[in-house]
Every structure is written in C-alpha cells, then in structure tokens.
Design a protein around this ligand. Sequence first.
Ligand code: XIL
Length: 397
Amino acid sequence: MKTVKIVMLMILLVVAGCSSGSDDTGPQVGGPSDDIDPGGSDDDNPDNDDDDVPVVGPFVYDATEDLKNVASFPIGNIVSASKLASTSTANTTFKQILNTEYNSITAENDMKMANMFTGPDTYDFSDGDAIVAYAKENGHRVHGHALIWHQSIPNWLNNFTGTDEEFEAQVEGYVKATVAHFAEAEDDDGNPIVASWDVVNEYFDGSSVRSSLFTQRIGNDFHEKAFQWAREADPDVKLFYNDYNIAGQVDKRNAIISMVNNFITNSIPIDGIGMQMHLNHDWPSSDLPLSIQAISDTGLLVHISELDVKVNYGDDITELTEERAAAQEFQYQRAGYYYTSIVPLAQQFGLTLWGFRDQDSWLYDGGSDWPLLYDNDFNTKISHRGLVAGLNEENPE
Ligand code: XIL
C-alpha cells in the first residue's frame, strides 16, 4: 500500500512536470451529473504492489495514521458482497485496508431496492446478509442504504399494473420487511449490526419535490409514510434522510431543513441527515462550513455519507496535475476539519467515503477523474493526508 513501482513514479514525475497549473476553471455547479454512467466496477485486477521503493511522488504519500484512529466517530467506506467474497490480490488488499482504516460499511448497491425487492411480496436479502456477516466478523457497523431511491426501482415495480393502493402496499411491505429482517443481526454483545438506514434518498430536486414513481403512485407524502413504516418495523434503528448538494445549494438545503422541522413538529420519526458530499476540488467554498453548521443546528445526527472529491469537473485535464491533487487534498481536509470541529460529538454519526481506488469510483468516468483516497495500486494519495489532517482538527484555512 505504501510502495509504488519506479516506472510509475517516473511517469508521475514527468506528468507533474508537464502540468499546466491552469486555474481557469470558471464558476462550477457541483454534484453528480445525471449523464454519468456510474457502473460500480467489481474488477479483480491484481495490484502491482511488488517492490519496496519508497513513495516520494507528488500524488501519493507514506501514510502513518489510519483514518479510524484519528476520528472521534466511525469512518466508513462502501462494499459489495462480491468484493468481500473475492480472494483476488486486489480484493485481499481492499479488505486489509477496509479492516485497518474503517469501522463502518455501507453497501454501494447491494442493499438498494432494485437488488433486494425481486417481485411482489418477494425479497432477496442474501447480498445484504453476506455484508452483515462480514461486518460482524470484522467489527464493522453497517449503515443501510437506501430504502427508497428513485434511481433504484426494480423493473417489475416500475411496470406494476395494480392500483395505487396496491402499489403503496407493496412499498410499505418492502420497507417493513427489509428493516425488520436486518434488525435481527446482532453482535456478540447483543447490539444491532445494522445501526441505521437511509430511509429516503434524494426526495428533492433542487428545492422542489422530485417527481418520481413514488410521488406519482403514493403522493408527495410518501417520504413521511416511509419513515413511519421503518419506525414501526424497528423502534431503535436510526432513520436518516440522505441527499446530495446539501453543501453548495442553499435553496435545496433550506427545503430539507424545513422538511425536517415539519417532521419534528408532526412527530414523524427521523434521527439524522446524510449529507452525501460529492464535492469538487474547488466547490463548495464558504458554503461547506455553513452547510455543516446549518444541518447540525437541526439537532439531528449528521452523517457525511458519500464523500468523494472530483478534480476534473470541467473535463479540462487529461491527467491528474499537482495543482489539482493539492486542491483535492485541501478539500478533503476542509471536509474532515469542518465536520469534526462543527458537529457536536453527540451528533457525529460518522463520515463515509464513497470508494477506495480511483478506478473503483462511480465518477471515474473511464479514467478521466481521480476522486478518492487511494490510487489504482492502493497507495494512499495526498488526499488521504488531507483528510487525516482535517480529522486531527488541523484548520486548513
Ligand atoms: C451509485 C453507485 O456508486 C453506483 O455503482 C451505481 O451504479 C449507482 O449508484 N448517490 C447515492 C448512491 O445515494 O447510492 C449512488 O451510488 C451515488 C449517488
């Protein structure tokens, strides 16, 4: 993990030497673009970790501190049942890092509706069960993601020909059965392994309610019903609302905060807010701490639930440059620092990264972005150093 081939190093140095250092990025709107095909790769490429050359390149560094040991809250990353089951060289390295640096896991896709809700009143929990079993064996918490999301609907439900009442009964049955099923898993001390669920993901589109199959078939209050169904199925599991651009889009954030306040006024159960945090190297700027403060002020738990930092949002570079790598390090430090220093300890649910190697990222886009903490050989990038510094409460600005 801390070594790299000489050839690789030379390439990196040459590339760094050639980088233009341009900062002509212009104003940017952040967040995931709808036309990205995220495609969650599950590849088993062997890594190249076969010599002992110290890492001195501009993009990677020799890490001495593990993320979970510097944080005052759980540090998470994403998994799939297939990667956890794999014994390839790359996936063995992945699991070593997972167990060393992290103590919380989220299923990247396996615990979404499209994977588990296989037919009317029919569920397949096998992938989630494998993830829970791995968590139990290796001391991880599991964050359930996500019960209702407009982008993860099984085909049969999309094409459901029953009445709206029958549609709602199917969704209600799914939410209750899923939450009840995963509530059964306990560690050796009798504590639940699945601590929490993202009950509704991305209800808002900007500051408006997103039109989806669920608003059309159930109504704009489907989200309130979903939280109530989840609570009925498990009185203890933490229930989260999760969304992107909560940092960076003030109107959207305000709409979410109003929703949460309405929930609280009307006794609709909710325990926390997941800020996805798909950031760019230069976005958001001042709104990052402001957003964390505003979400924290709701008094609910705060989860940074899907952290990654794009460095090529404008598609203006063809290789990672030193300037962008440094900007990314800074942005990761800001995320870690503001979360740690702003959110009161009792509300710190945790910080979850959305992937390991750059090539594993849903934003890799065929090799044209480098959003994560490890390069394609699992070396720790300087972005990792930034996050460690932030978690250590070193103020980056
Ligand atoms: C993404 C996964 O990373 C991809 O593999 C999949 O193809 C699509 O979903 N917001 C979310 C996550 O809440 O579930 C998404 O994960 C990324 C955006």
